[in-house]
Design a protein around this ligand. Structure first.
Ligand code: ADP
Ligand code: MG
Length: 271
């Protein structure tokens, strides 16, 4: 079957896409080194992951392990030092800034822990920002903005500025902004980190709904309860995907006998 595919004269698009592999995101042996003065930080090393279209993946791991670096590279906000990265079948390596921005605007929506809304713009205009970047016509933008605000339940608030909303509502605006461009992939970096547990659950409900509508989601979280609701959990430790059981900072250590707790040693090291 693959031989047939290979003998066909492929268009550019087909050549860029690997027909055998419906991966939304695929990184192989990726590395990222930050160099500052005398210090070299290997934020990611030999980092490999495959996320399929439609998946909802939760990423956990200790602080400083490389989770944000992974999302920033995945979202084409940062370059990587080595290895390979395919986004929706497109080889990202060697793209110039223009090509990367275009790909990012078309395929990716971001949600940050601190919402990152523009304080002087009302809700409607905040959601409009990335659409204007894409030079969409007014009618198309208007349709997308109202639709996105309806999905997150804030259509009635479109004339409010962010400071007039609760934290949970502000994050829902940020979600509307992320999905208004109809991205295939949403990247969320601790989206509930600044929210109380009720608001966190509402944001998670919303992300689940967006995922059910077909959007692939990768979410970094420290909340084991939210991580468990994803299809799959991956853990980042020391810049690498780890095969260990998911990191649970709030796990009830007291209920686990000390000798069992001690079993979490690097049994797979060198595997
Ligand atoms: P996490 O999100 O898991 O907390 P990060 O991806 O933010 O971790 O950071 C991974 C490592 O890379 C840390 O050691 C961090 O200090 C370092 N790092 C991140 N960004 C930079 C940067 N811009 N310059 C230098 N070092 C950085
Ligand atoms: Mg981080």
């Amino acid at each position: 079957m693959y031989a047939t595919l290979n003998t066909k004269s492929a268009s550019n698009e087909q050549r860029n896409r690997n027909a055998k592999d419906p991966a939304m995101l695929k990184m192989s042996h990726l590395s990222k080194v930050y160099r500052t003065h005398m210090v070299e930080t290997h934020a990611l090393r030999d980092f490999s992951i495959l996320v399929r279209e439609g998946e909802f993946v939760a990423v956990t791991g200790p602080s400083g392990s490389g989770k944000t670096t992974f999302l920033n590279i995945a979202g084409l906000l940062e370059d990587f030092s080595g290895g390979e990265y395919w986004l929706d079948g497109v080889d990202v390596h060697g793209m110039n800034d223009d090509q990367r921005s275009r790909l990012r605007n078309e395929k990716i929506g971001f949600i940050f822990q601190s919402f990152n809304l523009m304080p002087d713009l009302n809700i409607y205009d905040n959601v409009d920002v990335p659409l204007r970047y894409r030079r969409m016509k007014y009618a198309e933008r208007h349709k997308r903005i109202t639709n996105a605000l309806e999905i997150v339940g804030l259509a009635a608030r479109m004339n409010h500025v962010p400071a007039q909303l609760s934290g949970g509502q502000q994050q829902r605006v940020a979600i509307a902004r992320a999905i208004a461009g109809d991205p295939k992939l949403v990247l969320a970096d601790e989206p509930t980190g600044n929210l109380d547990s009720l608001m966190a659950r509402q944001v998670m409900d919303l992300l689940e709904r967006i995922n059910e509508m077909g959007t692939t989601i990768i979410m970094v979280t420290h909340d084991p309860e939210l991580a468990r609701r994803a299809h799959r959990n991956v853990q980042v430790v020391d810049g690498q995907i780890s095969d260990f059981k998911p990191y649970e900072p709030h796990a009830q250590a007291a209920s686990v006998p000390a000798h069992i707790g001690a079993v979490h040693t690097p049994a797979t090291a060198g595997a």
